[in-house]
Design a protein around this ligand. Structure first.
Ligand SMILES: Nc1nc2c(ncn2[C@@H]2O[C@H](COP(=O)(O)OP(=O)(O)OP(=O)(O)O)[C@@H](O)[C@H]2O)c(=O)[nH]1
Ligand SMILES: [Mg+2]
Length: 280
């Protein structure tokens, strides 16, 4: 008998959700590499999974999912060590929907239903698309005076990424019960590994979040009585599809281009966050 576990993938547009799903599906279906989880039966509906996987294999960017998009995916997975089987459900959703949740401060009932059936979430952050806070010192020197910054009406889309994510998490967490887990995935981790600054490219995912998104990091830390948190740096593509395409195609086994940083360790195992979410 397999246990049922569910999680919701959360992240703003282009945060890397669908690319993660595409790479994960390739890894578990192809069994090219030994990973922590394997699938024990194929899901009935594989059309979407195969479509995004084909894009992933040919190093082509995925289309952004539209607001109303919701693709239910359930995989029956087995843990390599414990041999425990789990039916793991995780719908792929549109990042635009989360933007709308932030703007309207409303969550649809069917989304609340998804959350209440879930044991956790995977929160995706794309380090390439961070909107950083603007410091008061950058805008107006003390005592006023001229500034070179254009003045304009504030809009929701001007909010720093970490403010939006904390707001979304606060709304979501009001609707969950029992023990809950948050796996934070910093996507496009290759962009961090490829920077020449050795202090930066050697950061653990947790240290990266503390440094680049302190509000989100502190929110997760202060609320650690409400949920457990773990941090993963994942390069689901393995690199940039334009400038590094030849190198990415050069891998005999495409699963080898994936990189996962967990603590100080780097591996190809993209299943690690799922395994952490599933295990008690
Ligand atoms: N360099 C690099 N870029 C990545 C990686 N993963 C995703 N990206 C890029 O990030 C962007 C968004 O990827 P998606 O997976 O489509 O993002 P999403 O969260 O599904 O976006 P929505 O469907 O709009 O919610 C694309 O431009 C990808 O090429 C990676 O591992 N490395
Ligand atoms: Mg998507």
């Amino acid at each position: 008998m397999s246990e049922n576990k569910n999680c919701v993938l959360i992240g703003l547009p282009k945060s890397g959700k669908s690319t993660f799903v595409a790479a994960l599906w390739h890894v578990v279906e192809s069994s090219e590499l030994e990973s922590s989880l394997t699938i024990t039966s194929l899901p009935a509906d594989r059309v979407y999974l195969n479509e995004i996987r084909n894009n992933w294999l040919s190093c082509s960017k995925l289309n952004r999912n539209k607001v109303e998009f919701l693709k239910h995916i359930t995989l029956e997975v087995e843990d390599k060590d414990t041999k425990i089987k789990t039916n793991f459900g995780f719908p792929d959703l549109s990042g635009e929907m989360y933007n709308l949740q932030f703007e309207s401060r409303r969550i649809k009932l069917d989304f609340i239903d998804l959350l209440q059936k879930s044991n956790g979430i995977i929160l995706f952050v794309n380090p390439e698309l961070l909107k950083k806070p603007i410091l008061i010192s950058d805008v107006a020197p003390l005592g006023g005076g001229n500034t070179n910054v254009d003045q304009k009406e504030w809009e929701h889309k001007d909010s720093p990424t970490q403010v939006v994510l904390v707001d979304i998490l606060q709304m979501l967490l009001m609707n969950v019960k029992g023990s809950f887990k948050i796996a934070v995935v910093i996507s496009a981790w290759d962009t961090i590994l490829n920077t020449p600054d050795t202090d930066y490219n050697s950061l653990t995912p947790n240290q990266w979040l503390e440094r680049e998104m302190p509000l989100l990091s502190q929110f997760l830390e202060t609320n650690n009585d409400l949920f457990k948190t773990e941090f993963f740096g994942i390069s689901a593509q393995g690199g940039d599809y334009t400038s590094e395409k030849d190198e990415l195609h050069g891998f005999n086994r495409q699963s080898e281009r994936i990189k996962t940083k967990f603590g100080d360790e780097i591996s190809n195992d993209i299943t690690l966050p799922i395994r952490w979410l599933i295990n008690d």
